[in-house]
Design a protein around this ligand. Structure first.
Ligand code: ATP
Length: 326
């Protein structure tokens, strides 16, 4: 486990009076699937304006935040329950950045020891790192007794990354701007998803670059499209078949052009019973929507047996946003 000193000079700095008296806080936060993603042309800053619909899925990241040991007081340290070379444990980890940002905002210099239990596929377009950051904001806010409101945490979350606010909120929501300006959406019922994972991640910037290159060859609109009324209606009615018909991801073509095998995985998922399958976010995870749990099992088995995927994870949705447990 690597250690770092992310709150310089913390040991001797005076502490504000705070209510926090806990020694350990555990917070769970969900991964997400984009039910709809429309991207406009990039702005001067290179970022794309998006319209997206997020749904929180039961692939749950767990962050345990502990009071820092006396000899490490003032530092932010992070460990993984199951070490993974693809997940950094230094200051670049989004959870460490979240704790450091909250500490900076509130003037807390205690430091914290974070332990991550990861269940969202890494670099899979399902915002696992963002879920860790959201969970860390909630955990440290409780551990340190800093008492920021959810609205205040949402502001910090957006500063950490466009995908960080949604796992704070959970459930189903529309994202505007970079996807970080959220409005909750009414969704009835339970949706049964299968997520086909790949050993090799896809870089989100690389997928957007390919999206831009492809858009140059077509008459792509400058502004993202609105969420279709059919999609919000399907969610309101709790109708997975109607929802399947309006699932859409503007980044799918770009992700498939970088990883052509994704098209085969989509075709197999649909042939084995999925109502629809599509690239999740910037990929390479493929999200398949099944009509019921038994079909979800069949789709997962077919994907696993095909050898085309590294794993097939079943998860229902929607689920709640970051919350304390235990
Ligand atoms: P993005 O859309 O930001 O690329 P993603 O959802 O595809 O994200 P993540 O699992 O969130 O994938 O992480 C992408 C990369 O971010 C990883 O390859 C890793 O190098 C880095 N990273 C930083 N913090 C974390 C974290 N807590 N968990 C996983 N990866 C992290």
């Amino acid at each position: 486990m690597s250690r770092l000193r992310a709150v310089p000079g913390g040991q001797s700095a005076p502490q504000p009076a705070r209510a926090g008296s806990m020694v350990k806080v555990r917070v769970e936060a969900p991964g997400k699937v984009n039910l709809f993603l429309s991207a406009g042309a990039p702005g001067a800053d290179g970022y794309h304006l998006l319209t997206t619909v997020f749904q929180a899925v039961r692939l749950i990241e767990t962050v345990t935040a502990r009071r820092q040991a006396a000899d490490l007081r003032g530092t932010i340290t992070l460990g993984l329950e199951e070490p993974d070379p693809a997940v950094p444990t230094d200051a670049t980890n989004l959870a460490v950045r979240a704790a450091a940002r909250l500490a900076e905002e509130t003037g807390v210099t205690d430091g914290v020891d974070l332990l991550l239990r990861k269940r969202v596929p890494v670099a899979g377009g399902m915002a696992g790192g963002s879920a860790d950051a959201a969970a860390t904001l909630v955990a440290c806010n409780a551990l340190w007794g800093t008492g920021l409101s959810q609205a205040q945490l949402l502001v910090l979350a957006a500063q950490l990354g466009a995908d960080v606010p949604f796992p704070l909120l959970g459930a189903t929501a529309v994202g505007h701007g970079r996807g970080d300006r959220l409005t909750p959406l009414m969704a009835r019922g339970t949706y049964h998803w299968v997520f086909a994972t790949s050993a090799q991640g896809l870089s989100t910037p690389a997928v957007f670059q390919r999206f831009d290159a492809l858009a140059q060859d077509s008459a792509a609109p400058a502004a993202p499209a609105d969420v279709p009324a059919e999609l919000t209606g399907a969610l309101r009615d709790g109708d997975p078949r109607a929802l399947a018909a309006c699932l859409h991801n503007d980044l799918q073509e770009a992700a498939i052009s970088l990883r052509p095998q994704l098209a085969d995985i989509i075709a197999l998922a649909e042939a084995s019973g999925a109502l629809r399958a599509m690239v999740s976010g910037s990929g390479p995870t493929i999200a398949a929507l099944a009509p019921d749990p038994a079909t979800a099992m069949r789709v997962a088995n077919a994907l696993t047996a095909s050898g085309l995927v590294t794993g097939a994870l079943r998860a229902d949705a929607p689920v709640a946003g970051a919350r304390m447990v235990g």
